[in-house]
Design a protein around this ligand. Structure first.
Ligand code: ZN
Length: 106
């Protein structure tokens, strides 16, 4: 888990939120999309919160992931950043990019 925001992950509020999310969504969402069922162990932020408390504690911004999927998601964020790898309209070019998965169009 990230060291930068460990003060947020250590809060009772987050622990409660994480536990209730895993209880309600016990399966990794990416595995389910691939037709697999696997137990999620990590609650991930669909949109990177970057320390934003509203995003961090937003139940709608959470998804359950298994560790392999979480790690690949994190690698996208760390290597690509928020703006890199986007097309002219500002969408990430890779359809499997977590930003596209997390995207909620009006
Ligand atoms: Zn998975």
């Amino acid at each position: 888990m990230p060291g930068r925001w460990s003060h947020l992950y250590n809060t009772p509020r987050w622990r409660r939120l994480r536990a209730s999310h895993l209880h309600a969504h016990p399966c990794c969402v990416m595995c389910m999309e691939q037709g697999n069922v696997c137990e999620a162990t990590i609650v991930d932020h669909r949109r990177p919160h970057q320390g934003n408390l509203r995003l961090f504690f937003d139940p709608d911004n959470l998804q359950s992931l298994c560790k392999p999927h979480h790690d690949s998601t994190k690698q996208w964020e760390e290597h690509r950043g928020m703006e890199a790898g986007c097309d002219d309209s500002g969408n990430p070019v890779d359809p499997n990019h977590p930003w596209n998965r997390a995207r909620i169009d009006p």
